[in-house]
Write a protein that binds this ligand. Structure first.
Ligand SMILES: [Zn+2]
Length: 226
């Protein structure tokens, strides 16, 4: 047996002994229940946090404050939408968000003939433009809004610019959406089965079949142990 192998083997045995001794101490010591010791990483190793994606903040797009009181919630689902409008690479994200906010904050008649009430703010928490740029919508700690019959409490609403029964999300949009979903899922401990699209909850064409078909790709970005 080569000399170095002996050292490696004895080191491994020693490490195993130390580990089992410390595991034993952990399970039997009544003092060992402090939050600090529970926060110490143990096996299996924790997956490193995905990087926070760059985004255009509310301050940067010059958002107006909400016009009515909003309801706080704790994010536990990620729900994908589309804007239902044609992709437009020639308009700035700030301009798109200001337009969406103006529409959101007034009472308006929808294409369906239904009247939507004035909402406090944009209905979605994140907006992903056709060029992949991410914009901050409603503050994520508050419940979003919807014209359809489901309760968005606990849902982080992510919308992609486009009308995806006819258009397709761009490669840039998909890349940004994956980054955002991975970061959100890690931050709020959302398991992949709680990442769905609007039509999974309500009678709606949103987010269009071409985006709905991509949900498994988005779920695959989540690799945290549950
Ligand atoms: Zn939707």
């Amino acid at each position: 047996m080569p000399h170095f192998f002996f050292h490696f083997a004895s080191a491994a045995i020693l490490a195993a002994l130390l580990l089992s001794a410390s595991a034993c101490r952990k399970s039997t010591s009544p003092q060992d229940t402090s939050p600090a010791s529970e926060a110490t990483p143990s096996t299996p190793p924790t997956i490193p946090a995905p990087p926070e994606p760059a985004l255009l903040s509310r301050a940067e797009w010059n958002a107006k404050p909400p016009v009515a009181q909003m309801t706080p919630h704790t994010p536990q689902f990620i729900t994908i939408h589309h804007t239902g409008t044609k992709q437009n690479p020639n308009r700035s994200l700030a301009d798109k968000l200001k337009g969406l906010q103006a529409f959101s904050q007034r009472e308006d008649k929808l294409d369906t003939g239904k009247v939507k009430p004035a909402w406090p703010d944009v209905p979605y928490h994140y907006y992903i433009a056709v060029n992949g740029q991410i914009g901050e919508g409603r503050e994520v700690d508050y419940v979003g809004d919807t014209n359809t019959a489901y309760d968005p409490t606990g849902h982080v609403l992510v919308t992609l610019e486009g009308s995806f029964d006819v258009e397709h999300p761009t490669a840039e949009q998909m890349a940004s959406t994956k980054q955002l979903v991975a970061w959100l899922a890690h931050k709020y401990k959302v398991p992949s089965e709680k990442i769905k699209t609007h039509k999974d909850y309500a009678q709606t064409a949103c987010p269009g079949q071409n985006l709905h078909n991509k949900i498994d790709e988005l779920r695959a970005t989540v690799n945290q142990p549950m």
